[in-house]
Design a protein around this ligand. Sequence first.
Ligand SMILES: CC(C)(COP(=O)(O)OP(=O)(O)OC[C@H]1O[C@@H](n2cnc3c(N)ncnc32)[C@H](O)[C@@H]1OP(=O)(O)O)[C@@H](O)C(=O)NCCC(=O)NCCS
Length: 170
Amino acid sequence: MIRPAKLEDAPAIARVHVASWQSTYQGMLPEEFLESLSETGYADRWKRVIGEGSSRVYVAEHEGEVVGFASGGRERAGETGYTGELYAIYVIDAAQRRGFGRELVRSTVAGLRELGLDDMIIWVLRDNQPARSFYERLGGAYVRAQPITIGSVTLEEVSYGWRRLDDVRY
Ligand SMILES: CC(C)(COP(=O)(O)OP(=O)(O)OC[C@H]1O[C@@H](n2cnc3c(N)ncnc32)[C@H](O)[C@@H]1OP(=O)(O)O)[C@@H](O)C(=O)NCCC(=O)NCCS
């Protein structure tokens, strides 16, 4: 059900990425920004990320279709106390609340361990309450808030952290 992403998965990951951004961030991000997201552009980007190999990327498959993905690796912004980061996790609307998210986190956590990392931080838009509930359910502790500029708007994002990967509560 969950497996490491292959280069050939890049277009499917990009489809999930764009569809999920458009549904999740509708009303939070400008319509024209969401409409401008390009599957082709993201497919190239995901191909690069998967090929390069410094982050771990996993896909959730259901009946032969990619319905979700997650990626993680070394913490990117120099946050004190954290060396690992869950960069992204997206499950298409129709497949949510069936455990794919939880299992994607489990695989990403295993990937972080393989990279020698032992903690994890995640950033999420402050107003993305469903995702915040998900991280809280997994035992994430609120860390802090900061502004984030996406397209033409500046919003607030918040972080959740697990000081030890063993603290993730599935
Ligand atoms: C957030 C997301 C990754 C969670 O994945 P998922 O497969 O839907 O979640 P799971 O089925 O694994 O949920 C595990 C538990 O988390 C909690 N949870 C998940 N979604 C929740 C929601 N919308 N509201 C409240 N709690 C939620 C529940 O406790 C759930 O267990 P339960 O269904 O038995 O009650 C997924 O819903 C998603 O992709 N959302 C849109 C994109 C997004 O916001 N990504 C995160 C960006 S930072």
